[in-house]
Design a protein around this ligand. Sequence first.
Ligand code: TYM
Length: 332
Amino acid sequence: MNRIFSGVQPTGNLHLGNYLGAIKNWVSLQKDFECIFCIVDLHAITIKQNPKELENNTLEVTAAYLASGIDPEKTLIFNQNSVSAHSELTWLLSCFTPLGWLNRMTQFKEKAGKKKDNAVLGLYSYPVLMASDILAYKATHVPVGEDQKQHLELARDIAGSFNKIYNKEFFPIPEPQIFGEATRVMSLRDGKNKMSKSDDSDYSRINITDNKDLINLKIQKAKTDPYPLPSKKEELENRPEVNNLLGIYSALKEEKLDKILNEMAGKEFSEFKKILAELVISKIEPISKKMNDLLKNKDYLKKILKDGKEKADDISSKNLLEIKKTIGLLII
Ligand code: TYM
C-alpha cells in the first residue's frame, strides 16, 4: 500500500516556496495516494513561539491546506501535538539514532549558528521527530521541497537500521518526492538564499496571504540583472535570480522550463515581471481569499483537525504498539 505523509510548520508567513515545493504537489498526489498532511506544531516550538500566534498560525496552515485544494473527505489533516504517537515514537527512535548522524544535519548548523551551546535539544533532535512523523504511519512516500532532503535521508537510515536490528521489513523505506520546476524557491532579494519564513525582509518572499498590490510590488522590486532573458538553460547558470523567477513562472504555469525559455527569450525584465505578477496573482489570490473565508469559521477548521486526529490516532497507535512489542517493551 502506498501512503504519503508530509507537513508544514505553523510558524507564520506561509510563502510561495511552501506552496510550490510542497502543498501544490500534494493536491495532485491525492488522486493516487492515501495522504496524511500534518500541521507540525511540535516542530514549530523548537524555536521560540508566541502562544497566541502559534495557535492562530496552526489554524492558518489548516485553512491554507483546504484553500489550496486538500480534500478533507479523502485526506487526513491534523495537528501534530494532538496525536501522542509522534512524541512517544521520537523517544523510541532516538535510542536508535547515532549522534554522528545528527551531527551531519546542515539545518541544525544553520539555525543554531555560532551559539551552538544555547541551542535547545529539540532543535538538534528535530530530524528524529520528523522521522517519527513518517514512520508512525509506515508512510512509503514523502513529498517535500529540496531543503528537507537531508532530513528524509536520516528517516530512511533510521528505518533501515531498525529493520536490520530486528531482522524484519518492519518499516517501508520512505521515498522522497521532490518534483516540479520549483523544488527550491529562492529569495526575491538574493537568488543564492532560499525563500524563507524567517527572512527579515518581507520583500524576499511572496506570502500566501499577500494581496494583489503587494504581490505586484514585490515582483517589480525583485532583484534581476541588466541582460535580457536567455533562451537556453545553460545561460541561467550564473544568473540565480533570473533562474528563480523563471522557475516560479514555469511551476505555476505547469509547463517545462525549456518551453518557457522559448517563449520569453529576449524579453526585457519589465515585460516579463508584468506577465509573472499576473500569473502569481491569478494563482495565489483565490487561495488567499478562500483562506480568509475559512478563517472566519474557526470551529469548522477545528472540526477538520479533530476528525483527522481521530483517524491518525487510530493508525499510529497500532503501529506504535507493534514497535514497542518488537523492541521487547512489556505491554500491560
Ligand atoms: P517547513 O515548514 O519548513 O516547510 C514546509 C514545506 O515547504 C517546503 N519549502 C520549500 N520548498 C521550495 N522552496 C522553498 N524555498 C521552500 N521552503 C520550504 C519544505 O521543503 C517543506 O516540504 N521539517 C519540515 C516539516 C515536517 C515534515 C515532516 C515534512 C515535519 N515532519 C515529515 C515531511 C515529512 C519543515 O520544517 O518544513
